[in-house]
Design a protein around this ligand. Structure first.
Ligand code: PLP
Ligand code: TYF
Length: 394
C-alpha cells in the first residue's frame, strides 16, 4: 500500500529552517521562518505565559476531557480579544482548534460542507499553506492580485478588479492584519471598499488573523476583522495565538463562524463541534488554558499586553533602522516601504538568484520570494544585511 504514495513537496519555509541550522558559519543570519526572536536571537516564553503555566500547574486538579469546542472560557476570551464588541456573542459560533492552521483547515471544511461549489479566492501572493490546504480539500480556487509588480505596495485596483470576477457564494480569504508574506496591508478605507464589494457580489469573507498585536497594536490590528464581522451577513474567522502569545508549539487557535441571523448560531456551533469530532475529537487544551488564564486575570493580561507592545515596538524600530540604513547606502527612498509595512514580514523584491546569493555569499537566509522576517534582525545585523542587499544589486 505505502508504495502507492507519491513524494510530497517539502514546505519551503521549513526546509530553509533546516538548511540554516546546518550552516556552519558563525555569522549566519536567519530571516526565514516567521517566529519572533529577541535581540539575542531567542524566542522567549512570555512572562505572562510562564506565570499562567505556574498557576495552571498549581490549581489544575484534573486533565479529563474538556468539550468538543474546547474550554468555553477560552472561546469567550478569544471572541472578546478578536471581535471586541463588534458582534453580539450570541451571533458567534466558536471552537478551539490546533493552531491557526487547524482553524483554517476546519473553516475550509465547513465551507465545503455548506457551499460545495464555492471558489476560494486567495491573495497572490499568500501564505503557501492556504493554497496547499484548499487544493488538498479539492475545493475550487482562484487568485486575486494583491501586490504591485514594481513596488511592494498593495495593488488595490487589481485586487478589486479581480474580485469583481467572483460569483455569488464564493469565499474570499483575507489576512486580518500583517499580510504574510508581503507586509503590505489595506487601509481601513480600502477595507470599507472591499466590504462593500463583498456585500454587492454576495461573497463570504474568511479572515485569517495570525498576528494581532504585531502591527499597529492589539485593537488597531483587529479593526478590519471587526468591521467585516459587524457589516457582512456571514463571515468565517481563523485566529492564531501562536505569535501574539508566543506559544507556537502548543497549537492554539480558534475558528469562528458568524451570522447576523442569531437563529443560525446553534447550528453553526454544532457543525464546528462536529468537525472537531471528525478530525481529532477534543482540541488541545494546554495553550488554550494559558490564553484563557491570561485574558481572565487583569494583572497577567496587563503584563502580556505590555510585553507584546515591547515586541511590536522592537520590530517597528528594526524596520525603521533597516530602511534608514538602506536609504543611506542606496542614496534613494526605494526601501522606504520597509518602514511602512507592518508585522513580521516584508518582501524585498529581490530575484531568486539574488536571494540565493545572499545565502551563499553572506549567510543570510530569507524565503525564496525575498520575504524576510524583520524579527530576525538586531542592531548588529542591520548594517550587515543592508550592505549585503546593496552588494547583491537588489
Ligand atoms: N495564517 C498565517 C497567515 C500565518 O502566517 C500562520 C503562521 O504562523 C498561521 C495562519 C497559523 O499559524 P499556527 O498554525 O502556527 O497558529
Ligand atoms: O510563514 C511563516 O513563516 C509562519 C510559520 O508550514 C510557518 O507562518 C511556516 C510554515 C509552516 C507553518 C508555519
Amino acid at each position: 500500500m505505502l508504495t502507492n504514495l507519491k513524494d510530497q513537496p517539502a514546505d519551503k519555509i521549513l526546509a530553509l529552517m533546516a538548511a540554516y541550522r546546518e550552516d556552519p558559519r558563525d555569522n549566519k543570519i536567519d530571516l526565514g521562518v516567521g517566529v519572533y526572536k529577541d535581540a539575542t536571537g531567542k524566542t522567549p516564553v512570555m512572562r505572562a505565559v510562564k506565570a499562567a503555566e505556574k498557576k495552571i500547574w498549581e490549581e489544575q486538579d484534573s486533565k479529563s476531557y474538556t468539550g468538543l469546542a474546547g474550554d468555553p472560557a477560552y472561546g469567550d476570551a478569544m471572541v472578546d480579544l478578536v471581535l471586541g464588541s463588534a458582534v453580539a456573542r450570541g451571533n458567534v459560533a466558536a471552537v478551539a482548534t490546533p493552531g491557526g492552521t487547524g482553524a483554517i483547515r476546519q473553516g475550509l471544511e465547513l465551507i465545503k460542507m455548506a457551499a460545495p461549489g464555492a471558489t476560494v479566492w486567495l491573495s497572490a501572493p499568500t501564505w503557501p499553506n492556504h493554497p496547499s490546504i484548499v487544493k488538498y480539500l479539492g475545493m475550487p480556487m482562484a487568485e486575486y492580485r494583491y501586490l504591485n509588480d514594481d513596488t511592494p505596495t498593495v495593488n488595490f485596483d487589481g485586487m478589486m478588479e479581480d474580485l469583481q470576477g467572483a460569483k455569488a457564494g464564493d469565499v474570499v480569504l483575507l489576512h486580518g492584519c500583517c499580510h504574510n508574506p508581503t507586509g503590505a496591508n489595506l487601509t481601513l478605507a480600502q477595507w470599507a471598499e472591499v466590504i462593500a464589494l463583498l456585500q454587492e457580489r454576495e461573497l463570504t469573507p474568511f479572515v485569517d488573523i495570525a498576528y494581532q498585536g504585531f502591527g499597529d497594536g492589539l485593537e488597531d490590528d483587529a479593526a478590519a476583522v471587526r468591521m467585516v464581522a459587524s457589516e457582512v451577513p456571514e463571515c468565517i474567522i481563523a485566529a492564531s495565538c501562536s505569535k501574539n502569545f508566543g506559544i507556537y508549539r502548543e497549537r492554539t487557535g480558534i475558528l469562528m463562524a458568524i451570522s447576523q441571523d442569531d437563529a443560525l448560531q446553534g447550528r453553526a456551533q454544532a457543525n464546528l463541534a462536529f468537525l472537531n469530532r471528525q478530525n481529532y475529537s477534543f482540541p488541545p487544551d494546554h495553550g488554550a488554558r494559558i490564553v484563557a488564564t491570561i485574558l481572565n486575570d487583569a494583572d497577567l493580561k496587563a503584563d502580556w499586553m505590555a510585553e507584546l507592545e515591547e515586541i511590536r515596538q522592537g520590530m517597528l524600530g528594526l524596520r525603521e533602522a533597516l530602511a534608514a540604513e538602506l536609504k543611506r547606502l542606496s542614496n534613494s527612498d526605494r526601501f522606504e516601504f520597509l518602514a511602512q509595512h507592518r508585522g513580521m514580514f516584508s518582501r524585498l523584491g529581490a530575484t531568486p538568484e539574488q536571494v540565493e546569493k545572499l545565502r551563499a555569499d553572506h549567510g543570510i537566509y530569507m524565503v525564496g520570494d525575498s520575504r524576510l522576517n524583520i524579527a530576525g534582525l538586531n542592531a548588529q545585523t542591520i548594517p550587515v544585511l543592508a550592505k549585503a542587499i546593496i552588494d547583491c544589486g537588489i
